[in-house]
Design a binder for this molecule. Structure first.
Ligand SMILES: C[S@@+](CC[C@H](N)C(=O)[O-])C[C@H]1O[C@@H](n2cnc3c(N)ncnc32)[C@H](O)[C@@H]1O
Ligand SMILES: [Zn+2]
Length: 276
């Protein structure tokens, strides 16, 4: 499945007979080599493709997201996503989670298939994902240069992460599926109102993905109240708005424990056959 990020030839897994601390590595015919970390992931992000030293979400955001998701607060979102994909996919489907973070949603995909891949540009997030979820094939890479062969996936999941439509279409099989989760207009509007006097709602437009046909949209909306200040703090720490919530605002919110609107769009797209 993996292809070399430098020369694009297929990568094959080499078992290291010498039992050195690095038990395995991937190599291509041009002898580019990528070692597997002890946690089981492979780093396929060459230094020359990095725009910063530590790209992607930071450890604090990722840890907050892990604790929050593990407590099940977004379980209904994951369940809706799984049932949407289950309707379309064959039993032995190959699925990639782009921008998978610490892997909670990626792990859910293993209920649908045994060939699940998670990719993220953040090494810290992938290390966490690989350690906790050994059945997920994890790699550090950029969603703009996917280190996979053409036409190797039945489906891609993308939850709040950047991507390239051309790259997604390249690695999907003909008529493969793309499932996206994005914030809908009312998402966390009560928190935004604390920060902005003029609250701008998320768009309700369906984003065009070049080379894909939009097939269906589901809106998932519910009211949620944190059971305690610690849980609300996790939510505040894992969202982009985090940087704008001052300590004073956080304190008031933790005392009030307001009822919050959670609002998501799940969109399903299908890859069009590329013209020859
Ligand atoms: C908001 S988080 C969502 C994580 C996960 N999908 C979830 O919902 O729990 C966005 C993720 O995209 C990753 N990311 C950002 N830019 C990326 C890129 N160019 N390629 C791959 N991943 C990227 C970040 O490191 C982060 O883990
Ligand atoms: Zn190579």
């Amino acid at each position: 499945m993996y292809q070399c990020p430098l020369c694009h030839l297929p990568l094959t897994l080499q078992q290291n007979q010498a039992l050195t601390p690095q038990p395995k590595s991937y190599t291509c015919a041009n002898r580019h080599q990528f070692d597997c970390a002890k946690e089981g992931y492979v780093n396929l992000l060459p230094v020359q493709h990095k725009k910063s030293k530590d790209p992607g979400d930071n450890v604090e955001m990722m840890q907050a997201r892990r604790q929050f998701l593990e407590a099940g607060h977004y379980q209904q979102l994951a369940t809706a996503m799984l049932s949407k994909l289950a309707k379309q996919l064959p039993q032995s489907a190959t699925i990639l989670d782009i921008g998978c973070g610490e892997g909670w949603y990626t792990q859910q995909l293993t209920k649908l298939s045994s060939a699940v891949y998670g990719l993220d540009i953040s090494k810290a997030a992938i290390r966490y994902a690989a350690k906790k979820y050994p059945h997920v094939n994890c790699c550090v890479a950029s969603s703009y240069q996917l280190p996979f062969a053409d036409a190797s996936f039945d489906a891609i999941l993308r939850i709040y992460a950047p991507s390239s439509a051309a790259e997604m279409q390249r690695i999907l099989k003909p008529h493969g599926w793309l499932c996206t989760v994005t914030p809908a207009p009312q998402h966390l509007v009560e928190l935004k109102a604390k920060v902005y006097s003029d609250v701008r709602l998320h768009s309700d437009e369906i984003a065009a993905e070049q080379g894909f046909t939009h097939r269906e949209r589901q809106r998932l909306q519910w009211q949620w109240q944190a059971p305690d200040a610690a849980t609300l703090t996790l939510l505040m720490d894992m969202i982009p708005l985090s940087y704008r919530l001052t300590p004073a605002m956080r304190e008031i919110l933790c005392q009030e424990l307001p009822i919050l609107s959670l609002d998501f769009y799940l969109d399903l797209y299908q890859s069009e056959t590329p013209s020859a």
